[in-house]
Design a protein around this ligand. Structure first.
Ligand code: SAM
Length: 192
């Protein structure tokens, strides 16, 4: 069966992330993605995980401690728009799950401007063959505007330097999430 956007995001991360590398979870939430990144980079790698809600940091810390994955993760109680001050790079994989925290305050959402600031910072730090994945939930107020921003950001990236994918189910009700994956090419090339 075709994978959901969430499941496919994990496949895309598993394909590229190796032990010892650096990864970013730009929207930690309950820590499901942070856990995957931490297990893939292992004890010799590092994960920078961001969230603006204390609740997210507590949930993620608990999850990582239970799995003995806390050592390789920096839990950062700041917006991902501050990424440039914290992560020097190179970054081999990053993930955003845009929207609000499931079972949390639905008024606290990711926003187009701050998402774009974080994306720009990540792009300059992305290693060759590295991937940035965005899973956009857009059924809530403000979600459509963010989806539009992310889509146009991804679409204008030069094909000489990046492969960009979108993945969505186009016959489903209730605005299923749309996944974008930005992959830095190994070498600049003019090949189609
Ligand atoms: C859809 S949830 C993430 C779910 C998460 N990936 C998981 O595994 O549970 C979106 C999260 O983004 C967080 N968020 C909102 N604005 C943010 C920002 N500027 N920087 C970092 N996180 C932010 C919210 O607090 C929320 O926890």
């Amino acid at each position: 069966m075709l994978p959901t956007a969430m499941r496919y995001s994990h496949t895309l991360l598993k394909e590229v992330l190796q032990p010892g590398q650096t990864a970013v979870d730009a929207t930690m939430g309950n820590g499901f993605d942070t856990e995957l990144l931490a297990s893939l980079v292992g004890p010799t790698g590092q994960v920078f995980a961001f969230d603006i809600q204390e609740q997210a940091l507590q949930a993620t810390k608990k999850r990582l401690a239970e799995k003995e994955l806390l050592a390789q993760v920096q839990l950062i109680h700041q917006g991902h728009e501050t990424l440039a001050d914290i992560v020097s790079g190179p970054v081999h994989a990053a993930i955003f799950n845009l929207g609000y925290l499931p079972k949390g305050d639905k008024a606290i959402i990711t926003l187009p401007d701050t998402t774009k600031t974080a994306l720009e910072a990540l792009l300059t730090r992305l290693a060759p063959k590295g991937r940035i994945i965005l899973v956009c939930y857009y059924g809530h107020a403000g979600g459509e505007a963010e989806l539009k921003e992310v889509h146009s950001f991804c679409q204008q990236l030069p094909q000489e330097a990046f492969n960009v994918l979108s993945y969505q189910f186009i016959n489903q009700r209730n605005q299923p999430p749309i996944l974008f994956c930005i992959e830095r090419k190994n070498h600049q090339s003019s090949a189609r």
